[in-house]
Design a protein around this ligand. Structure first.
Ligand code: SF4
Length: 469
């Protein structure tokens, strides 16, 4: 098994191993699967036991504008017999069956711990299948024990570079063709961005990997520029495409109005510099002005309701700076953000905000004490939701499990409306109130005489309880 060298982003280091009992951060396999599974027309085949597949597949409901093969689950289901005899032949048969029944343009084969320990070498099996079927069969050599989730993302990016990118030429190349790298199309978020770029005449040549298509990714080496939207493992893909194909990229974000406008401006300037239409920056300014004016009245309303409210971000640190900037735009105070999964770029951007403290490795007791202190009006994040519920703190899901697109101009408004709704919701106040039926439950067990109808008994139970107080 060969592993690519770690990229410049030190958060992808293999030295960061999966710690027993800390599975929620994800293993290398899961990182690779999450990075590639959004490619909607490919088949994603897990070589291992079904439990690996379930844990990696179910949590990220990435949307697609067409093909939905990525929402199907394929696994070789490794058994005791495969442990004894090896599972390579079984893997070959599984790939053939997938090709015959689903006819995908490519198959990604994910190595997992058990077959890796047994010694299955998926590389030659995939190479033979690729020759048989005349299409990419890509081995993803990231079994869980090889490293942490970012390391798996990095392996996935390298596999795309080695097996898919640059394998096909587009019918036409445009001066405004771009790649979106690290866009995962959560809750269909690409639809918040695509129309903006389309209005400017900018074509998304390839999205890596949200709503991605193998044919588009194969042509992505002809893009004029790329926006890197995720600062984790996909940075290696952006760097690799810059080195191999000369495609410049910049770190962008479509979270928040200011970030969306800044990203559009930077992209327009970059494309104009590289031979794109000279009036692109001017048209971009006009679009930004139009969009910001459209949102201004509603934003002013929300600012009036949200200014002064205090938010805690439990997003792990990935893109916390974008969310923090969005909340601060309407006068909210971000009292802190978790940073356990933040990349160096995330930490740099957070530091640039000045007064958003970041923390990692918080004990749940400390978090519990903070939430009970009354200093937090709303929590935004993915983990620790039960702690927020336990303490009766308003909560909003904004991590990978969300079903609400929160990027672009429309998504930002939706996010702020949801924050307002969470804070204003009466649910949190009800959490610690006794249930309405508590009155009917006696402190000590009561015997209901056999045959006696239940309804007349209940008031007497209530009365006896009150009388005993
Ligand atoms: S690949 Fe290994 S660490 Fe990851 S889920 Fe499977 S068994 Fe667990």
């Amino acid at each position: 098994m060969t592993h690519p060298p770690p990229p410049s982003c030190c958060s992808n280091s293999r030295a960061k191993r999966c710690i027993p009992g800390r599975g929620e951060t994800g293993c290398a396999f899961r990182g690779a699967k999450m990075a590639l599974q959004p490619i909607a027309d490919a088949a994603h085949l897990v070589h291992g036991v079904a439990s690996c597949e379930v844990g990696s597949w179910i949590f990220r409901p990435t949307a697609s504008s067409g093909a939905v093969l990525h929402r199907e689950s394929f696994c070789t289901q490794f058994t005791e017999r495969d442990v004894v005899q090896g599972g390579e032949a079984k893997l070959g048969r599984a790939i053939d069956a997938l090709m015959e029944r689903r006819d995908p343009p490519a198959v990604f084969v994910y190595q997992t711990c058990l077959p890796a320990m047994v010694g299955d070498d998926i590389g030659p099996v995939c190479r033979a299948a690729a020759r048989r079927w005349g299409r990419p069969v890509v081995p993803i050599e990231a079994p869980g024990f090889a490293g942490s989730r970012p390391y798996g993302t990095h392996v996935a990016a390298q596999a795309l570079m080695d097996h898919v990118v640059g394998t096909r030429e587009p019918d036409r190349c445009g001066a405004t063709d771009v790649n979106l790298i690290g866009e995962f199309n959560l809750a269909g978020e690409l639809d918040q961005v695509r129309p903006l770029l389309a209005q400017l005449g900018i074509r998304i040549l390839s999205s890596l990997s949200g709503d991605g298509r193998i044919g588009d990714i194969a042509m992505s080496h002809r893009a004029r520029a790329a926006i890197l939207l995720c600062s984790q493992g996909m940075v290696h893909l952006a760097e690799g495409m810059r080195e191999r194909y000369g495609i410049p990229f910049f770190h962008g974000s479509f979270h928040g109005i200011a970030n969306t406008s800044a990203t559009l401006r930077t992209l327009a300037a970059l494309l104009a510099d590289r031979g794109g239409p000279s009036d692109l920056p001017r048209r971009t300014e006009a679009l930004i002005d139009r969009e910001e004016r459209r949102l201004a009245p509603r934003l002013a309303e929300l600012r009036g309701r949200l200014a002064g409210k205090r938010a805690l971000l439990l997003t792990g640190g990935v893109k916390s700076w974008s969310i923090a900037a969005t909340l601060r735009d309407v006068g909210m105070t971000v009292i802190g953000t978790s940073a356990g999964k933040a990349s160096p770029e995330d930490l740099r951007q957070l530091a640039a905000l000045g007064d958003v403290p970041s923390f990692s490795g918080w004990e749940s007791e400390d978090l519990d004490a903070l939430l009970r202190s009354g200093d937090v009006d709303v929590v935004l994040g993915g983990g620790s939701r039960f702690l927020a519920l336990k303490t009766g703190t308003p909560w909003l899901e904004i991590n990978h499990e969300r079903d609400m697109p929160i990027t672009g101009y429309g998504g930002t408004l939706r996010l702020l409306e949801a924050v307002d709704g969470a804070i204003a919701s009466p649910v949190a106040a009800f959490v610690h109130q006794p249930a309405p039926w508590d009155d009917f439950v006696p402190a000590t067990a009561a015997v209901i005489p056999f045959g006696q109808p239940l309804r007349p008994v209940l008031p007497s139970l209530r009365n006896s309880r009150h009388a005993s107080r």
